[in-house]
Design a protein around this ligand. Sequence first.
Ligand SMILES: [Zn+2]
Length: 80
Amino acid sequence: MIKAPWTKEQVENLNRFQKFEYTHPFTCGNNGCGDELVAHEEGWKCPSCDYTQDWAHEHMTLFTKEIDEQYRTKDPLQGD
Ligand SMILES: [Zn+2]
């Protein structure tokens, strides 16, 4: 687990991971909200309320464009 603040690159990777179709994104922990969190250099923020979160899993911060593209070009039914 890795705590904010994050670098610009880490923030980009985190937000890319949020859009990754094979995992469930981080969502707001406030009751009745549940919106998808958005990463900023100072931590996660909910776009709909004042909820914040200051940690992420390390692998999420390593989710580069290259890795994302590898998944996109691979047929998930065929495996490796
Ligand atoms: Zn919220």
